[in-house]
Design a protein. Structure first.
Length: 279
C-alpha cells in the first residue's frame, strides 16, 4: 500500500481542495475565473489540490510557488453531452493514462467508482479501469484514491450516505485496488467510525451535497476526524463559500491541530453554499 506521498504531513492527515469540476461541469458558478478561484484557495495554504492534469500543467508554476501538492483526476464523469449541462445522463470514461499522470509528479491519482448505474457495461468498465490503474501505479509511490459514490439512478438520493451502502462501497473500493478511499461521510461519528476502523486503507471524506453553511461542512469534517478519518477532499463547499481562504484555514486547524469548529470558526457570519452534486 502506498500512501506516503499524499499523507506525508506532520499530522499524517491532509486537506485537499477539489478543483477538478471543470472536467465535468465546464465553468460552474463560483469557478468562472480559474485564476481567481485558485488564488483564493491557495491563500488558505491547503496541503494539496485535486485537479485535472491539464489544469495542473497550466498552473504548475503557481502551485509549486505556493508549495501545494497535486492529486490528479484520471477519469471523467458527467451528466450530459452538452457542455456544462445536466441532462440526467450517466456518462463516464477513462480520460488520462497513468504514464501521462505520473509525468506531472502527483501525490495521488483519483478515480470514481459509481454505484447504482443502469448501464451494467459502464459499471464493468469502471471496475476494470480501477483495477488496471491500481496495477499501473503499483510501485510508483503514487497512491490510488478511489471515490466510491452512489450517484446512479438505482440508488435514491437519501441513501447516498446510508451507512450500510457506504460500508459496502468502501469495501469494494479497496478490494478493487484503492490505496486511499475518498468516501461519503455518513452523518455521525457513531455510524462512520466502524467503517473507518474496518478499512485497511486510510479514509478521507468527500463533500457530499453542497447545501447549508460553511459551519455545517466543518462540523462534518470534525465528526469524520473524530471517527478516524485522515482528512478530506472537498471542493464546492470550500470555493463557493464567502471566504475560501478562511474556510481552508479553518479546515487546516481541524484536520491537523484537532481543533473544534468552535475554535476554528467564528459563528457570527456563517457562509451559505449553493446546492449541487459535490466532489
Amino acid at each position: 500500500m502506498s500512501t506516503e506521498q499524499l499523507l506525508d504531513t506532520p499530522s499524517g492527515n491532509a486537506v485537499v481542495v477539489a478543483l477538478d469540476h471543470g472536467l465535468s461541469l465546464g465553468s460552474p458558478d463560483g469557478f468562472h475565473n480559474p485564476d481567481e478561484t485558485l488564488d483564493k484557495v491557495l491563500a488558505g495554504e491547503p496541503d494539496a489540490v485535486l485537479v485535472g492534469p491539464h489544469f495542473a500543467r497550466h498552473y504548475q508554476d503557481r502551485l509549486q510557488e505556493a508549495g501545494v501538492d497535486v492529486v490528479l483526476t484520471a477519469d471523467v464523469v458527467t451528466f450530459s453531452t452538452s457542455p456544462g449541462r445536466d441532462d440526467g445522463e450517466d456518462l463516464w470514461t477513462p480520460a488520462f493514462d497513468a504514464e501521462f499522470l505520473e509525468e506531472l509528479d502527483p501525490v495521488g491519482v483519483k478515480v470514481v467508482l459509481v454505484f447504482g448505474r443502469d448501464d451494467n457495461e459502464t459499471f464493468r468498465k469502471n471496475i476494470e479501469y480501477i483495477g488496471e490503474l491500481a496495477e499501473d501505479l503499483r510501485g510508483t509511490g503514487v497512491p490510488l484514491v478511489v471515490e466510491p459514490v452512489m450517484w446512479g439512478e438505482r440508488i435514491p438520493d437519501q441513501l447516498e450516505t446510508d451507512a450500510d451502502y457506504v460500508a459496502d462501497a468502501m469495501r469494494m473500493g479497496w478490494e478493487f485496488g484503492a490505496d486511499i478511499l475518498k468516501a461519503p461521510y455518513t452523518g455521525s461519528v457513531e455510524s462512520f467510525e466502524p467503517l473507518v476502523e474496518n478499512s485497511p486503507v486510510p479514509v478521507m471524506i468527500l463533500g457530499g451535497a453542497a447545501t447549508g453553511t460553511t459551519r455545517a461542512m466543518l462540523e462534518s469534517v470534525e465528526g469524520s476526524m473524530e471517527a478516524g478519518a485522515r482528512g478530506l477532499m472537498i471542493g464546492r463547499t470550500i470555493w463557493k463559500s464567502d471566504n475560501p481562504e478562511r474556510t481552508v484555514s479553518a479546515l487546516m486547524d481541524i484536520v491537523h491541530e484537532g481543533a473544534s469548529v468552535e475554535e476554528a470558526w467564528d459563528e457570527a457570519e456563517p457562509a451559505t453554499i449553493a446546492s449541487g452534486r459535490e466532489s
